[in-house]
Design a protein. Structure first.
Length: 78
């Protein structure tokens, strides 16, 4: 793949990630980086724990509302 095409693709992926809730992105990065250092079972448990925490955030509720209302979410990082 040419460098320009690769850069364009990377920018597109970064843009999609940036549209997501900031807490969810932070926890996803944490799950990958810390989980890679753990045995599989422990890493999966850690990911589940982070997911449970995310379920209690205002951003999660906003994401669900936005989906149901067919609009872009307005995440606050809370």
């Amino acid at each position: 793949m040419a460098k320009a095409a690769l850069t364009e693709r990377a920018d597109a992926i970064a843009g999609r990630i940036a549209e997501r809730g900031p807490i969810a992105v932070q926890y996803a990065k944490e799950a990958v980086s810390r989980g890679a250092e753990m045995p599989l079972e422990q890493g999966l448990r850690y990911e589940t724990d982070l997911t449970m925490i995310l379920q209690t955030t205002e951003d999660r509720a906003e994401g669900v509302r936005a989906f149901l209302e067919k609009r872009q979410p307005k995440f606050k990082g809370k």
